[in-house]
Design a protein around this ligand. Structure first.
Ligand SMILES: Cc1ncc(COP(=O)(O)O)c(C=O)c1O
Length: 380
């Protein structure tokens, strides 16, 4: 008996499933070098762990947390945004705690789209943007990220009547960032056309040159929100904590939905996250340094082998052209089978990713060296 509802049918196969299967097979024969998933190997800082343990001992730790997030957590989010972009948000109306950013990406379309409304998402992009729009009854519309435009979408391709536009800079999977001109244009267009602009800022702290900014930094609070995940910046993927910041009306809609779906984030996790946010200036630079070294090592090795790479101004991903005339999925499968090296085929992130692969640098330098050795020897 198949109990899956029709709306779920297009999403039964998680895009990374095929790679996972090939990886499991290869692991039976050799040690696999995994550049596939963006799950930081660097442990969560001890100060954050300590804050969790201390908060566990509060007498009310076990109780239902408030729907919007602890006021102390939301105030810490306000301090963080103030520090970053010099804008002061209201912790009651302009910040909402999230159970990780994925939760918001899946839920926000349900809160703001009516059936048939158009929601735009980047292609290639994190697959949940499209899934969330479709599962809400909205109509997903892909915005292609092309190399000619530095993997920015052509904003002229946003259809009339679009109600929601997802963007994600710094970008997964391409590692690119968007500059001031792009953001100002996106904000202007959102005002003119009346769509909600959302930047998924999951990688905002992982940069190696200019500090990435988004719509809030450029005065777009009247039309935009940004999602700040602690997963990548603070190596807290499994903790499930993030927040959305910006336009109060968008946040109110999401909050009304969430009251019907979840009961908030475990309080001790929120208190640990306060320690993370309040100490970002000390905690993040050493992490950035580690990723930078890894990125430079991989890029140098791949370039020596003749790979065509795109710049990596931010994130922990290196975006590369598939060498030769082969699909990205077939190429990635061959690499696993013949070299025990896992990369993400660009097509797993949408048709716009075809022709590219993504290397995630969430593995130590000795593994990167081993991976490069294998790539040197492999016949493809
Ligand atoms: C662009 C992007 N957004 C969101 C997420 C989900 O992050 P979280 O752990 O906050 O749910 C990821 C995870 O890989 C991501 O790459």
């Amino acid at each position: 008996m198949d109990y899956h509802a029709r709306r779920l049918k297009p999403f039964l196969e998680y895009p990374f499933a095929e790679i996972d299967r090939a990886k499991t097979e290869a692991a039976k024969k050799m040690r696999v070098v995994d550049f596939g998933v963006g799950d930081p190997d660097i442990p969560t800082d001890k100060a954050i762990q300590g804050a969790l343990v201390a908060a566990l001992h509060h007498d009310d730790a076990h109780k239902y947390p408030g729907y919007a997030g602890e006021p102390d957590f939301r105030r810490a989010a306000v301090r963080y945004i103030l520090n970053r972009w010099h804008i002061k948000l209201d912790h009651d109306r302009e910040i909402l705690a999230l159970i990780g950013s994925k939760e918001c990406i899946a839920h926000l379309p349900i809160a703001v789209l009516d059936p048939g409304d158009i929601g735009c998402y980047p292609d290639p992009g994190y697959p949940v943007y499209k899934a969330g729009i479709a599962l809400s009854g909205g109509v997903p519309h892909a915005l292609r990220l092309r190399p000619e435009l530095g993997f920015l979408p052509d904003l002229g391709e946003i259809p009339d009547g679009a109600k929601l536009v997802w963007l994600n800079y710094p970008n997964n999977p391409t590692g690119q960032d968007a500059g001031e001109y792009f953001w100002r244009e996106a904000i202007e267009l959102a005002r003119k056309r009346g769509f909600i602009l959302v930047n998924d800022a999951a990688y905002v702290e992982l940069y190696y040159g200019d500090r990435p900014k988004g719509p809030l930094a450029y005065g777009g609070k009247d039309v935009a929100v940004e999602i700040y995940s602690l997963s990548k910046s603070f190596s807290m993927c499994g903790w499930r904590i993030a927040f959305v910041a910006g336009n109060a009306d968008i946040i109110a809609a999401l909050g009304s939905l969430k009251k019907n779906i979840d009961s908030g984030v475990f309080r001790p996790i929120q208190y640990a996250a306060i320690t993370a946010l309040d100490n970002f200036a000390e905690l993040i630079p050493p992490v950035r340094k580690i990723y930078r070294r890894r990125i430079e090592k991989l890029r140098a090795g791949l370039e020596e082998l003749g790979w065509e790479l795109f710049p990596t101004p931010a994130t922990f991903y290196v975006w590369a052209k598939v060498p030769g005339k082969i699909s990205s999925a077939d190429f990635a499968k061959k690499l696993i089978e013949r070299a025990g090296v896992v990369v993400l085929p660009g097509s797993a992130m949408g048709p716009g990713g075809e022709g590219f692969v993504r290397f995630s640098l969430t593995l130590p330098e000795n593994e990167i060296e081993l991976g490069l050795e294998r790539l040197k020897k492999v016949e493809l």
